[in-house]
Ligand binder design. Structure first.
Ligand SMILES: [Zn+2]
Length: 421
């Protein structure tokens, strides 16, 4: 295990050294490590994809399994790339602190949602977009009130306050489109809502809202409330609240013990609906789309479903790229908040297994288009402190080169909107 940890640090150092390279269509061009001072064009729309926990090795495993040795994922086939440092006030971040750094440009403590180290609210990109008259959306396969979406539309001292987060979406940040799981936090105990309490697939799930019936509250504020793929497709443009599961839209369990990644509404469909709706605003929009399976399946050291979740994220990125082709004033970013699992990609070799329990290697996985295979090995069921890759295309994408703190994403998006020099 010790050797493995050291090799991850070494890999991270190699990545850092390579970060001043921009990968474009598989060709590597040398570029300066400092970003351009000003974007060539102003971005009207921003679509920010977060693969939660999706480090460089996860992206490679998804790529090998999906498009093979010489292929490119949608998320990799972009003209600009950068590396982000992920530390919070400690070396290894959680999604709340990393998300707050990305959304608001400040480093804070783990668990903090949209607040700084003094627990003071810090303005988020979504709130800035609203101030510019843009429409806003949050989409995830996790609870819509989980840390990553929460940091864009709420301010609470602790990420566990999910009903408070939901209420702030409606009353304060007034997010136009909210799509994901987590119905349990929108209904008080005793009112199961659309999804029953204590279902067979996870008997621990039950309504536990602390802020009354927030679905009724949302309807009074003019939201269309939808709970299935069909209802979502039928929803008219305007404010939409879609809750599609009690908790996450998948079951994160140890491999072979009820683990399921099969969201009732695929991430790409939620992304398409959000884009169709938000793009009716002539002033543009800000949309954050998160794939959470890449983190939670990695916490279970479940490589098969980590890869599957990443493949679904890539399809959603494809939807956004299609939109950006037709609307060139759109910036598309794909990044991670941190790495999960100490995920490594290994050759087929019976003698190199070093872990046991859940950290045993997984595989073999096929390399698309060949007879070759690879294994995935793990060093932890938690997060790690390594840098994560970011790829970018569209208006203002040239700002995203070099090695940066994760707070840079916030600053550069403000630049892309013409708000910061
Ligand atoms: Zn995590």
């Amino acid at each position: 295990m010790k050797n493995k940890k050291r090799s991850i640090v070494q890999a991270a150092l190699c990545l850092t050294a390579a970060a001043s390279l921009v990968i474009s269509g598989g060709v590597v061009h040398a570029k300066g490590s400092t970003a351009a001072a000003k974007p060539a064009t102003k971005a009207k729309n921003v679509i920010l994809f977060v693969g939660d926990g999706m480090g460089a090795a996860q992206r490679d495993a998804i790529r090998l399994n999906t498009v093979g040795l010489n292929g490119n994922l949608q998320m990799d086939d972009m003209p600009y790339s950068a590396l982000l440092r992920t530390h919070s006030t400690v070396a290894v971040t959680d999604s709340a602190a990393a998300g707050t750094a990305i959304a608001s440009g400040v480093k804070t403590y783990n668990g903090a949602v949209g607040v700084d180290v003094n627990k003071k609210p810090v303005k988020t990109l979504l709130e800035v977009a609203k101030g510019l008259g843009k429409s806003t959306g949050l989409v995830t396969t996790s609870q819509i009130t989980d840390a990553t979406p929460a940091v864009f539309g709420s301010h609470v001292e602790d990420r566990s306050q999910q009903s408070k987060i939901a209420k702030q979406y409606l009353d304060n940040s007034k997010v136009d489109v909210l799509l994901g799981g987590g119905e349990d936090f929108w209904y008080p105990a005793g009112n199961p809502g659309k999804f029953e309490d204590h279902p067979a697939e996870d008997p621990t799930e039950e309504s536990k809202g602390t802020e009354g019936n927030l679905v009724d509250h949302a309807k009074k504020l003019g939201y269309q409330y939808v709970t299935s793929k069909e209802e979502l497709q039928k929803a008219k443009y305007g404010k939409i609240l879609g809750l599609f599961a009690n908790e996450e839209m998948f079951q994160q369990k140890p491999e072979g013990e009820g683990d399921v990644y099969n969201p009732v509404v695929p991430l790409k469909d939620m992304t398409q609906k959000a884009l169709d709706t938000l793009s009716t605003n002539k002033k543009g929009f800000f949309l954050m789309v998160e794939e959470e399976g890449t983190d939670e399946m990695a916490h279970e050291n479940n490589a098969k479903l980590t890869i599957k979740a990443g493949q679904e994220l890539d399809k959603a990125v494809g939807v956004a790229k299609e939109f950006a082709k037709k609307h060139p004033d759109t910036l598309v970013l794909v990044l991670a908040d941190h790495e999960t699992g100490g995920f490594s990609l290994e050759p087929v070799d019976d003698k190199d297994e070093s872990g046991d329990g859940i950290s045993q290697e997984d595989g073999p996985f096929s390399i698309f288009g060949s007879k070759e295979q690879f294994y995935v090995d793990w060093t932890t069921s938690g997060h790690t402190g390594v840098d994560v890759p970011l790829t970018a295309m569209g208006s203002g994408a040239e700002l995203f080169t070099g090695v940066h703190e994760n707070t840079y994403v916030h600053d550069a998006i403000l630049k892309a909107w013409g708000l910061k020099k």
